[in-house]
Design a protein around this ligand. Structure first.
Ligand code: NAP
Ligand code: ZN
Length: 346
């Protein structure tokens, strides 16, 4: 077994603290990755505090990791020692069910394995990227360009693919008006992809203080949703709204901003069910839909797209001992725009 250092919580009330644990020995198709950077997703917080009710402890969060391959299994061909590699929200699946065959392994119906808070095909609990090494099947490690700032690439593995995937699925691009609700980790990547795909992008934010940042990220317009006049002026404006909000909120504030035949795509994971008024759906044939991360092929496509178009996350690099002050800022909406842990501080 491989001895690994990480940060874990032992129940939903306690904070993350240093912990050593073991990962499996390298199987023939595995790669061992020395984790250099790991992004801090709001999901990490939801699971740390067991907000969704299915957290397993000890819990080592982190599903936005990039690093360097330090060992490869006897039959692993995708990477060689020294290559950069990234791991996102999942580390295994059955490969044979309709979803796996369709490149949507995140929805594997037989034996999906999340990067952490899950049980691997080896029977061991999975632990995430707030740690110094990971061992994963090579299929679930992605190739990472050496042209981009590596720390700023880490958030692409979750925040990136989670916003890229629905915008691609709905073919959002030139001629569309796209609104992004919530300018946080996912939201700021949604802005960057929306702009890169040619859409006219508006940020719908609760934070007036993010107005200039939104423009710097490429957004064309900014609306403070606490201002009723600005909200009213946006009635019927958008073809698509991508909602990335982590907290319970009323989407009926946003639905009237859709045009006829417009689509509301939810990717945030607040606990309370979304309440939808039948009137705001019927009036204008509106669609409300969701999206979950992205499959292996599309994640690699997104990473390659980012390398080609020089897209990375805007990050604040933190020492791992500052993870809880970072969570506190994230909970206040004060993330600019993704915290990334420098694993050298572990
Ligand atoms: P984040 O960085 O905390 O960003 C969320 C943003 O939502 C905040 O910055 C804030 O932006 C806005 N916000 C906060 N409270 C709000 C409220 N009460 N009403 C309206 N807006 C509010 O979080 P994240 O890491 O981007 O994650 C967002 C959510 O997506 C989480 O629930 C996470 O679990 C989920 N997620 C889902 C998937 C998936 O596969 N679907 C994947 C990853 C994450 P403003 O200041 O601009 O208002
Ligand atoms: Zn995430």
């Amino acid at each position: 077994m491989l001895a690994v250092k990480g940060y874990a919580a032992h129940d939903a009330q306690t904070d993350l603290a240093p912990w050593t644990f073991e990962r499996r020995d390298l199987a023939p198709h595995d790669v061992q990755i020395e984790i250099l950077y790991c992004g801090v997703c709001h999901t990490d917080w939801h699971l740390l505090r067991n907000e969704w009710g299915h957290s397993q402890f000890p819990l080592v969060p982190g599903h936005e990791m990039v690093g360097r391959v330090v060992a490869v299994g006897a039959h692993a061909r995708k990477f060689k020692v020294g290559d950069l590699a990234g791991v996102g929200v999942m580390v295994d699946s059955c490969r044979h069910c309709p979803d796996c065959e369709n490149g949507q392994e995140q929805f594997c119906q037989v034996s999906p394995v999340q990067t952490y808070n899950s049980t691997g095909h080896d029977g061991l609990p999975t632990y995430g990227g707030y740690s110094n090494h990971n061992v994963v099947h090579e299929d679930f490690a992605h190739r990472i360009s050496d042209k981009l700032d590596l720390a700023a690439v880490a958030p692409l593995l979750c925040a990136g693919i989670t916003t890229y995937s629905p915008l691609r699925r709905w073919k959002v691009g030139a001629g569309h008006r796209l609104a992004i609700v919530g300018l946080g980790g996912l939201g700021h990547m949604g802005v960057k992809f929306g702009v890169a795909f040619g859409a006219d992008v508006t940020v719908l934010s609760t934070s007036e203080t993010k107005r200039e940042d939104a423009k710097a990220l490429g957004a064309h317009h900014f609306i403070v949703t606490k201002n009723p006049e600005e909200v009213a002026a946006a009635t019927g404006r958008f073809d698509f709204i991508l909602d990335t909000v982590a907290a319970d909120h009323d989407i009926n504030l946003y639905l009237p901003m859709l045009r006829t035949n417009g689509t509301y795509i939810n990717v945030g994971m607040p606990l309370a069910p979304l309440q939808v008024s039948s009137f705001s759906l019927a009036n204008g044939n509106k669609t409300v839909t969701g999206s979950g991360a992205g499959g292996l092929p599309e994640t690699q496509e997104m990473l390659d797209f980012c390398a080609e178009h020089n897209i990375v996350s805007d990050i604040e690099l933190i020492d791992i001992k500052d993870i809880h002050p970072a969570f506190e800022r994230m909970l206040k909406g004060d993330v600019r725009y993704r915290f990334v842990i420098d694993m050298a501080t572990l």
